[in-house]
Design a protein around this ligand. Structure first.
Ligand code: ADP
Ligand code: ZN
Length: 217
């Protein structure tokens, strides 16, 4: 199964991608997670990406494509992958098409998760991420059992630097300009499955809707 999760920041792509990982036993490839790990490590990639990320702007396409090329050639991607947060621009999507053709593989679906802006802002400012394992919580909708502590690994929950309100507004604008056009791009290829989650719907219900859209309930 080869899936792209598309949608604005805060729509829940990462959360749903993690569920699909369990269901299909394929890796989640989150360019955001890979970049954050690189920044933390202080690698060359991290140094190049940091300022873009902190301001909520996009990291240049060529850096992103280098990451993807190297990541999908790894063994665990043999039976598929879930892209989460990639592609983010039309040039990235075009490069991906070329790359997949070279590798002689095809995408199965592009899942578009959409939500209204005010809900996105509310969600993003209430999001907390485990500093140790990356698990995502939400103080409003998915609180941890103990405040500030990860349910999964006991790590400390943090608010990301790019989750302050101003930066979030900027990220939403960047999404509209750069990423939203991908919906039409993938609609044309017949791969697009859109789901519009209920703002207060459960994760389970939304995962079920995605599996149904994928034809694999
Ligand atoms: P979000 O919560 O908005 O989905 P991510 O965790 O996917 O955020 O990404 C965080 C930041 O990393 C983005 O704001 C951007 O700077 C950078 N980034 C991640 N993926 C990409 C990509 N495919 N292209 C360009 N920049 C990216
Ligand atoms: Zn954790």
């Amino acid at each position: 199964m080869r899936i792209i999760m598309l949608g604005p920041p805060g729509a829940g792509k990462g959360t749903y991608a993690k569920r699909l990982v369990q269901r299909f036993d394929i890796p989640q490839i989150s360019t955001g997670d890979i970049l954050r790990a690189a920044v933390k490590e202080g690698s060359e990639l991290g140094k190049k990406a940091k300022s873009f990320m902190d301001s909520g702007s996009l990291v240049p396409d060529d850096l992103i494509m280098d990451i993807i090329r190297e990541r999908i050639s790894q063994d665990d991607c043999g039976s598929g992958f879930i892209f989460d947060g990639f592609p983010r621009t039309i040039p990235q999507a075009e490069s991906l098409s070329v790359l997949l053709k070279e590798l002689n593989i095809r995408l199965n679906a592009v899942v578009n998760v959409d939500l209204a802006d005010d809900i996105l802002v509310r969600r993003l400012t209430s999001r907390r991420t485990c500093a140790k394992c990356g698990e995502i919580f939400n103080v409003l909708s998915m609180p941890p059992k103990v405040e500030g502590v990860c349910d999964k690994c006991g790590g400390e929950l943090m608010q990301r630097d790019d989750e302050k309100e101003d930066t979030i507004r900027h990220r939403l604008e960047v999404y509209k300009e750069e990423t939203y056009p991908l919906i039409a791009f993938y609609k044309d290829s017949g791969l697009l499955k859109s789901i519009a989650p209920e703002a207060d719907g459960s994760v389970e219900a939304n995962v079920a809707a995605i599996l149904k859209a994928l034809g694999t309930e």
